[in-house]
Design a protein around this ligand. Sequence first.
Ligand code: 6PG
Length: 481
Amino acid sequence: PSANVGVVGLAVMGSNLARNLASREGNTVAVLNRSRGRTDDLLAEHPEAGFVGTFSYDEFAAALTVPRTAIIMVQAGAGTDAVIDELVRVFEPGDIIVDGGNALFTDTRRREAAVRATGINFVGMGVSGGEEGALLGPSLMPGGSDESWTTLGPILRSIAAIAEGEPCVTHVGHDGAGHFVKMVHNGIEYADMQLIAEAYDLIRRGTGKSPAEIAEIFAEWNRGELESYLIEITAEVLRQVDAETGRPLVDVILDQAGAKGTGAWTVQTALDLGVPVSGIAEATFARSLSSHPEQRSVSGSLPGPSATVAATGADADLFIEDVRLALFASKIVAYSQGFGEIRAGAAQYGWNIDLGAVSRIWRGGCIIRAQFLNRIADAYAQTPDLTVLLTAPYFVEALQRAQDAWRRIVQNAAATGIPAPAFSSSLAYYDGLRADRLPAALIQGQRDFFGAHTYRRIDKDGTFHTNWSGDRTEAPATSSH
Ligand code: 6PG
């Protein structure tokens, strides 16, 4: 055997990851694909990589040095289970199987338990950064055992993106922790993208600027505190002109957003954990609303507001600056909610996740990479067990600075009938956090009224029930619901 690592699944992500591995000092990479043709092509197109081409699982296992390490790069789903079964058949205790697909973390937990029973290590690993990231340096989020990390760590560090001199990879936690964190990464990605889209829509409809002009605004924003990959590519997309029609490309793209499900998983999991990720949820639902033309066909028949305030001249500049601040504040909420979900997941599943390390490995390689993640890293460096990220001093200061603008933008959107679900729900969440008293007290009263669900009091311990259907006196409750 001559290869220290292998890749199974040679579609674009797999081939690129294999080429990345092969390009690093000390790695020899064995490759395997279900159909032989793709392997032959890869070997022919990239002789410089020195790949060890294999054409069966037995050959693949024989090509790998012990402990054997295989990274599976196939579309998440049943295909992953089939590949795992084959690898378990040809591998031995102590070997390592890594799943680099976007698997649901509960599937990863199931697979990890099953594979561990054979003595083989199973690592679910989040991989972010798309095709280019896979080739040049992704952000990597491996879970799995400590034993597997000993072997995997150096290999993964060699291929990860580098941010501020550090490779963007950390051992996130045991079993499904890596895929959990990747899932939340994607949820934040959904929120970030929706917020940017709302900002674009507000500026376009509020000031009448063209996509090309708005591209320049985003390019300008990318030189400040909003600096990030998603803002950068937004400027590129808005600048693009359609060759066929000569119109801005964004105007000829069908306005129905796709989704492969990871945003929905983030929201479903948050509901199970009972953590509010309202910004991420709105972003996910905004995609669903967009992609239901049969529901949207009522457009035109539903009445809109009388106000259509268009900002011009100096007003336009003030409005645009307000949008920028609203975007920044809402983005703080999205990340704060996402990190809150990771914190809750870690508590629920017993993962020891270092939130500061997560923020650091997202600074490079991944889709949500942003300048801003340095501030999150600082916040966790100061207070590692911070309950709510946005209460860190830097974010409090930023929210203080942004909040009047944020409120004006949400008001303006509501008054002029421009949908800004992520902006407004983020603000509502923020005000919910700030409130001294929430009307949840009334909800408890209602629950006690119709279902004797009981309530607690602010002035003494215990649970209580009011005899609503009788004399309306209060008595200590025997059991709480
Ligand atoms: C990444 C991305 C990527 C993800 C798509 C899915 O981190 O590189 O998150 O892994 O598959 O972005 O997004 P959709 O649900 O929008 O297809």
